[in-house]
Design a protein around this ligand. Structure first.
Ligand code: ISL
Length: 533
């Protein structure tokens, strides 16, 4: 039987709500804007939309600092707007995944106000408070991911609180059962409203070392890296006890049926796969960010895919990510020609793909003038800011690229007059059309959506610049050939007749031939051998 659970066969599309569609003319996107663009997502052919946080927040970290887990920030609309969004999404058979931010709240959350009020407050232990070191300094050497120490001293009670990110984002204490129960109730609040799953923010951070030991030096630290990398984060996160906490979250979801739990985890493969948990009872999809970190070379990517496939636990479902709101845009990293190859890779590998909004139109790095910087990380550690990957979606060549009638909160890209959905949707050569065709192909071929994967061995001269693999299901096999280089290649495929189902170069679909396949520069193809017709 072919597996058809939606979060295995489907594609997830990430929306950064500030930047998708503004409907109330304040230059910032909103929930009604997402609803207004659901037809586009259905047309594109994705299956689920993951929405970055829209909860009530002072926006110190643009919503990753939550002041009320069960309320919509007025900037984005109302709960009733949310109910409309989910009903309209479901009407179009689109699933809705929320961003759950359990590791830390906002400093403005009432829980923190109570916790900070006194050492004996009933909620004191909902956050992480420690006495100063003997010299009065921070309790240990843990650093903030956004620069500087991870501890801030609170004058009133003389203790420090821990924050893995900004001082405005105090970490919650997941060792406390009452906090856990309160957070489970938050999940139920949204599950009852119909959400289909959660992407859980920094899930590997939830539990810290019980003894708060100092992190050891990182021997590979280089000065161009963010300060957080000075130490290896072995005690501040990725503690073994976290798996049981995640299993607890997943149990809450499973009581509501087939809802998905995606965990945000930046860890090497051998640690990442531990997050499926014993008997696959923890994260359904521990986010696989390896493509964000691996150099864009054929051999490196081929080795990565083989390593990941081999490391997955029995029955653990793979997933792949090429971009998100924290990391450089794929088109900026690899250039426009290879961005098309990358799209084919993402959408033909085995496992659930997550597509970042704007990547389907090939949005690149948008330079941010100093007076328009918004990301607090950029202010703390210049050069590491994430504004350039969070710029508005470009819908048409009108004012504000159809995103907003007002000045958008971040600048548009300079080529917005032609890099937009309207200009690209009927162009057979556009990267948008390529994405749409890839998504359609995934739907039409079980081999691509739920089938198996195996690498194709290439002669060494080809393997240096090419990655090739097969996907197979129900007796049908497809071959994917990806040229990472700018030279044409003749790829030996045996004697069977081949047929091009899709190429990154327009106009080749339907082509048939025998003998070595002529692969163009920077070209990717999906082929069907005659035996699979
Ligand atoms: O990889 C990292 C450190 O090893 C960092 O990239 C960091 O852990 C990652 O960016 C975490 O991101 C998430 O949590 C942050 C928020 O600012 C990001 O937008 C979110 O995706 C704090 O909530």
């Amino acid at each position: 039987m072919t597996e058809t659970i939606w979060w295995k066969s489907g594609t997830v599309y990430q929306v950064y709500p500030r930047s998708f569609q503004d409907t109330d003319g304040d230059g910032v996107g909103d929930l009604a804007g997402i609803t207004a663009r659901l037809d586009y997502l259905a047309w594109l052919g994705v299956d689920a939309v993951w929405i970055s946080p829209f909860y009530r927040s002072p926006m110190a970290d643009f919503g990753y600092d939550v002041a009320d887990y069960c309320a919509v920030d007025p900037l984005f609309g109302t709960l009733s707007d949310f109910d409309t969004l989910i009903a309209e999404a479901h009407r179009r058979r689109l699933k809705v995944i929320l961003d759950f931010v359990p590791n830390h709240s906002s400093i403005a959350h009432p829980w923190f106000a109570e916790s900070r009020a006194s050492r004996t407050s009933p909620r004191r232990d909902w956050y992480i408070w420690r006495d100063p070191a003997p010299d009065g300094g921070p309790p240990n050497n843990w650093l903030s991911n956004f620069g500087g120490p991870a501890w801030t001293r609170d004058e009133a009670t003389g203790q420090y609180y821990y924050h893995a990110f900004l001082p405005e984002q105090p970490d919650l204490n997941w060792r406390n059962p009452a906090l856990r129960a309160a957070m489970h109730d938050v999940l139920r609040f949204w599950l009852e409203r119909g959400v289909d799953g959660f992407r859980v923010d920094v899930i590997w951070h939830l539990i810290k070392d019980e003894g708060f030991r100092d992190n050891p030096d990182n021997p590979d630290f280089a000065p161009h890296q963010p300060g957080i990398n000075r130490f290896a984060q072995v005690y501040s996160c990725d503690r073994p006890e976290v798996i049981e906490v995640i299993a607890g979250l997943r149990a809450v979801l499973r009581a509501f049926g087939e809802r998905v739990l995606i965990g945000e985890i930046y860890l090497p493969i051998e640690r990442l796969v531990a997050y499926y948990g014993p008997d696959l009872k923890a994260a359904d999809l521990p986010f696989n960010f390896q493509l964000l970190e691996t150099p864009w070379r054929a051999e490196a990517v081929a080795a990565l895919v083989a390593e990941y496939e081999a490391a997955l636990p029995e029955g653990g479902w793979p997933n792949w990510v090429l971009g998100n709101h924290d990391r450089p845009r794929i088109a900026a990293r690899v250039g426009p020609a290879q961005a098309r190859v990358a799209a084919m890779l993402l959408l033909t590998l085995r496992g659930t793909p997550t597509l970042y909004y704007g990547d389907e139109i090939g949005l690149g790095h948008v330079p941010i003038p100093p007076d328009r910087v918004r990301d607090p990380w950029e202010r703390n550690e210049p050069g590491h800011g994430r504004d350039p990957v969070r710029t508005p979606m470009q819908w048409d060549d009108g004012p504000g690229a159809g995103f907003s009638a007002a000045e958008p909160w971040l600048p548009l890209s300079a080529d917005a007059d032609h890099r937009n959905v309207e200009a690209m949707r009927d162009d057979p050569g556009s990267i948008l059309t390529l994405h749409r065709r890839l998504l359609a192909l995934r739907r039409d071929h079980a081999a691509l959506s739920v089938g198996g994967w195996r690498g194709i061995e290439l002669p060494p001269d080809l393997a240096a610049e090419m990655f090739a693999y097969e996907r197979f299901a129900e007796g049908a096999t497809l071959q994917i050939l990806l040229n990472f280089g700018a030279d044409p290649r003749a790829v030996p495929l045996g004697e069977d007749e081949w047929e091009v189902l899709l190429s990154t170069r327009p106009g080749r679909a339907g082509e048939r031939g025998r003998g070595p396949f002529p692969l163009g520069p920077d070209e990717g193809v999906v082929l069907r051998p005659e035996t699979s017709r």
